[in-house]
Design a protein. Sequence first.
Length: 137
Amino acid sequence: MKKIEQIDISGDVGLRIWGKSIEELFKNAATGMFNLVTDTNKIKETEQKEVSLEADNHENLLVQWLNELVFLYDTYGFIGKVFRISIQGNMLKATISGGIFDPGTNESRLLIKAATYHGLSLKKVALHWEATVIFDI
């Protein structure tokens, strides 16, 4: 099964994401988003961040999750590489290992402003989850 597919949209960019579990889908969404920003293979794991979020449904939780990661990048230059995620109901707890983006060393790809609700979908299909997320760039 594919994990991530980039969607080109006029003026924006999107991802189609799949996962065997809701946690795997959220992990793949984070990985895909950070790979839009830079080559995450070249980020050294030097830091760890903890994130806890709650929303009224999984769609809102996905957007909040991705926007929290955008905040960590915008504020601290933090790029996540390894995501350990637990979702119970509509609560997410995550430990993220990653490092600080260095413009002298790391490739700049897209500047993501936010994950949006435009075209958002998240559903369970048979034995897997799939989602579509559009980002403002």
